[in-house]
Write a protein that binds this ligand. Structure first.
Ligand code: FBP
Length: 552
């Protein structure tokens, strides 16, 4: 076929599978490992998940497939924020289902979990699947953030599943969505519906990982996309030598994306939320830290630089996280309706003043009004603050500006400070998946089909040893309850998958820490350039620096 665009060329790319999966579905057998326990709150999680708790980890191996070859009707949803590679999870699942039995059916429920409730679906065919192979985005069926948690919702899903004769549902999502998957799996098992539920680890934020899940898909492509543009900005800054660029990058609750981009591009400053929390840094400490770099560079004649700010930074500043926690409680339940009914900002301010403690009110009063308003924007259905809408890069550059003005007065700074602001998030979520994400996602989908065929439920599709070539990847499954603990959400204690934050004693952060003093003063920028899809494997198949450092 004559191809005339990258899009068409990517349809032809054949994703790589782990060696143990690539001999065909007839040659995959299962090996069970140890029983599992949740990462914390074991008694409570066990009580809440009596049918799915404590199951064994499993690994697939080359060997005769002993699963019963009955006809499968499987439903799949894409859930939460977009992440490059989601289409390939569906393609891998579809190919494995059809290879197992051409009569098997895959239904895609549209718009995320709500598609299952509304019975809004499409039956996948070769034609549909072939138009989405190795492409970015979730537009094949769309996505959404509806939380599946009420008994009424589960009853509807049960009816929809019965109507289609579904024997399994695959949920492709992040920590919140896979929490949904675990709860749904438990419901389906408790009601003896015969419907299995399997999750797949997605999120560009990189915070769905643990000792079994080495990386969530999409992180590789998104960070490479952001790093390309950050590198370009660095080159521009070093050419024009007149701007300080404050760049916010996505990553709602963890700073993995910012850290990976820093490892790729060596900016002058990269704030790491987890460190800010550990050192109990206040907003003025952060401003002082950045202003030190600006001052030292100005003394060398370099009135330019690049600062990376993780999207979720404000939630890590102790004074700020206390404020946000109070606002969350203040807006829980019916209070949110009462607040939203207030027509002007002045009456909302009274409501806020009455509800916040004195300390939080002090912090709140320091903020510029646009930021105050951003803190009261609607929460997502999981109760999270929508940090992508909070302009923390502007907040920090304003505080740095004030700090530098004071330094100027005292004669300790004589430079020029012209800040520019950027936010990289949505640009990276639907890029063409890198070869790594294309291969990883296809493997996750293929593997999910094997978990279904062997009768598992409440499991996350797991592919590990990811820093090695795909041939050496290891495929298997892990009970989702193993990753769960109890957390406070929307004013209530809930069982949720524990988020993986940046570990301050982990190798990626340690490497950053060893080098950042030099980066803060000198110009050490590196330019990773665009993702390469064709060419030598040493250029096209490289993983993230985070994964490479973590796995030595
Ligand atoms: P997931 O956790 O669902 O993968 O989404 C992550 C994310 O991309 C965050 O980085 C960002 O804060 C958020 O989604 C934005 O959400 P929305 O798409 O609803 O604006």
């Amino acid at each position: 076929m004559q191809v005339s665009s990258l899009q068409e060329a990517r349809y032809e790319y054949q994703p790589k599978l782990p060696g143990m999966l690539k001999n065909g579905v007839g040659e995959i057998c299962v090996k069970e490992g140890k029983e599992t326990a949740s990462v914390a709150d074991q008694d409570k999680i066990k009580e809440l998940f009596p049918n799915t708790y404590g199951k064994k980890e499993i690994t697939f191996e080359k060997g005769k497939n002993t699963a019963e070859n009955k006809k499968q009707v499987v439903g799949v949803i894409l859930s939460g924020g977009q992440a490059p590679g989601g289409h390939n999870v569906i393609c891998g699942l579809y190919d494995a289902l059809k290879a197992t039995n051409p009569e098997n059916v895959l239904l895609g429920f549209k718009g995320g979990p709500s598609g299952l409730i509304d019975n809004d679906y499409v039956e996948f065919t070769d034609e549909i699947i072939d138009a989405y192979r190795n492409t970015g985005g979730f537009d094949i069926i769309g996505s959404g953030r509806t939380k599946l948690e009420t008994v009424q919702q589960f009853e509807i899903v049960e009816k929809v599943a019965a109507k289609h004769g579904l024997n399994a549902i695959v949920i492709i999502g992040g920590d919140d969505s896979n929490t949904n998957a675990a709860v749904l799996a438990e419901y389906m098992a408790a009601h003896k519906t015969g419907v299995q539920v399997i999750g797949c680890p997605k999120t560009i934020d990189g915070d769905l990982k643990n000792e079994d899940i080495e990386a969530s898909f999409g992180f590789d492509t998104a960070t490479k996309t952001f790093s390309e543009v950050i590198g370009n900005i660095e080159r521009d800054a070093n050419s024009a030598k007149k701007y300080w660029h404050f760049i916010k990058v996505m990553g709602r609750s963890a700073s993995h994306v910012a850290l990976e981009c820093a490892l790729e591009t060596q900016p002058n400053i990269c704030l790491i939320g987890e460190e800010v929390a550990a050192k109990k840094m206040s907003l003025s400490d952060i401003a002082d830290y950045v202003a030190d770099s600006v001052t030292k560079r100005a003394a060398r004649g370099d009135n330019f630089g690049v600062v990376l700010v993780p999207e979720g930074i404000v939630e890590f500043v102790p004074e700020f996280s206390a404020l946000i926690a109070e606002i969350n409680e203040l807006l829980a339940g019916e209070n949110a309706d009462e607040f939203n009914k207030l027509v002007d900002w002045a009456s909302k301010e009274h409501f806020i003043e009455d509800g916040l403690s004195q300390n939080s009110m002090k912090v709140f009063a320091l903020l510029p009004e646009p930021l105050q308003k951003q803190l009261f924007l609607e929460r997502d259905p999981h109760g999270n603050v929508q940090v992508s809408l909070i302009e923390s890069e502007k907040l920090i550059s304003t505080l740095v500006y004030d700090n530098l003005r004071r330094r100027k007065k005292h004669g300790t700074y004589t430079g020029k400070f012209s800040p520019l602001h950027h936010f990289f998030g949505y640009e990276g979520r639907c890029a063409f998946p890198s070869n790594f994400d294309a291969d990883y996602c296809y493997s996750l989908g293929y593997n999910a089909c094997m978990l279904i065929q062997y009768g598992y439920t409440g499991y996350l599709s797991k592919v590990s040893n990811l820093a090695a070539p795909a041939e050496e990847w290891v495929a298997g499954g892990m009970p989702i309850t193993k990753m769960m603990n109890i957390e406070r959400r929307n004013g209530e204690d809930k069982p949720v998958i524990r988020k993986a934050l940046v570990e301050l004693d982990g190798k990626p952060f340690k490497y950053f820490e060893e080098n950042r003093e030099k980066w803060a003063v000198e110009t050490c920028y590196t330019y990773p350039g665009a993702i390469q899809y064709y060419g030598p494997s040493s250029v096209c198949d490289i993983t993230t620096k985070t994964l490479a450092l973590e796995q030595g």
